[in-house]
Design a protein around this ligand. Sequence first.
Ligand SMILES: NC(=O)C1=CN([C@@H]2O[C@H](COP(=O)(O)OP(=O)(O)OC[C@H]3O[C@@H](n4cnc5c(N)ncnc54)[C@H](OP(=O)(O)O)[C@@H]3O)[C@@H](O)[C@H]2O)[C@H](O)CC1
Ligand SMILES: [K+]
Length: 502
Amino acid sequence: MLNAPVSHYLFTAAQSRDIDEQTINEIGIEGFTLMEIAGYSASQQILNIYPELSHGIYLCGKGNNAGDALVIARYLIQHDINASIVFLSGMDGLSPDTHKNFELLKKFDPENKISIYDSWDDFSGQASFDFIIDGMLGTGLDSNLRGDYQKAVQWANQQSVPVFSIDIPTGLHADLGEIMGKVIKADHTFTFGGRKQGFYLQDGPLHTGQVTYCELPFPNELKTSCNTFLIDESWVSEHQSSLGVHKYDTGVLYIIAGSEGLTGAAVMAAKSAWAEGLGAVFLVCPRGLLSVYEHNLPSIIKKPVGEQSDTCFSEAHLPDVRQIVGEKQGAVLLGPGLGRKEETVRFVIDFLSQNNRKTVIDADALWALAQSQKWKEFEEKQWILTPHPGELARLLEQDVKKDYQRLNLVRNFSAEHNVTTLSKGMPGIVSTKNGDSYLTNYDTRYFARAGSGDVLAGKISAYLALDYSPEYSCAQALLNGKKKLFTYLDTNRDLPEPTDFI
Ligand SMILES: NC(=O)C1=CN([C@@H]2O[C@H](COP(=O)(O)OP(=O)(O)OC[C@H]3O[C@@H](n4cnc5c(N)ncnc54)[C@H](OP(=O)(O)O)[C@@H]3O)[C@@H](O)[C@H]2O)[C@H](O)CC1
Ligand SMILES: [K+]
């Protein structure tokens, strides 16, 4: 199981507003108090991360997002950090808590050193400053940016000073990660009470800058409706290879892969799985390809099936393959380099119809699934499907253009068909049978490249063979890939080769 800490829950705007409201109305912590905690904690983070600041421009709307910004200003002026406050919608319609904080702020400034502008035109970019606070809009955004908000965003994005977004970069849709007309490009986003899902979808990752989660006193029970989580290395612990007494006690994996011209995929997957410390990896292969594997995979046990003339799998191999896979408890990886011949498609579907093993279905086996609707009726499905964008579109029988749409489709697909799905892309999405979904914060399209996908499939199935849950197996394989990718990109400018991920 994967149990994300609350700092890695991803909320929609509606979920965030609900939790705010329930905390205020049912628990009894006032909105004003929440605002104080939000603003205080962001101000302390800013002081820690940027200790040399001297003058901030505070771009404020009229809602509570602006109130958070005013609290920050109050704390920072105590550290001699000056403030110019620009109210884009004027000062008359401020929300009650924001108005109250505006009055408080003035009391902290007896010498009237703070500059206040009550419209964008009034300000029009004057004053010298070394940072910008974006307190224009948070979860209250309801359409494309209106009026002067667009101008202020455009102006802020042209300045060469750091921009700190309060709760959400103004103009970013909190659920979809889409740009609502214009959007702030933040260097840092301080987000309150919960990260927002849109930070990790579509245009989100390019606009939030570094995201810091600031805790608010929301009871955890109010967060249980959340079913989307961020996976990263801070909480998914590295797997420990367990050294059992006998090699067959420490994980057995059967790899059914390869065909003429595509033996490299089987080799990559087998090497990748073996590197995770399994007790035994068996490569089931058409007999005609045995010599290739004998040459390339000394540590892997080869199990040839069929005749010397066979170079791809077909129905004729089913009895032998079933018998081999039935010999020991273990997991199965089906797909890399199988090819797309009709007899191989039939082999895949027939094999799966009576397979009760935990199975990773990858590459050409996904292609075979998409050719036959029959698999949806199979009862036994301890499966992980690992589609890249093209394979996903074939499985879903529709094009998937937006990340938010992909998240929902993959979530529903996994729940409906009782499988775990790892959809490669930016972000990678892992969805479980119960509808929980986990997003990566890096681009997993690297694993859609020939060869890298085979390595990823090898890792996932290795963890599955070591008896980890499907979602942990996916998450750990993705994080393992991320670590290797980032290490590689630190010193190289070209794209990594699949072997760099093994
Ligand atoms: N309430 C709490 O307990 C806490 C909230 N926090 C912070 O508050 C914001 C959410 O605050 P909210 O007041 O709900 O909304 P906003 O500040 O984001 O803005 C709402 C106003 O903005 C106007 N609006 C909406 N969309 C647009 C647009 N596209 N262009 C221009 N203006 C827009 C709208 O006014 P209208 O009258 O023009 O419709 C809204 O009034 C949350 O994000 C947190 O930052 C704290 O965290 C503490 C707890
Ligand atoms: K904001």
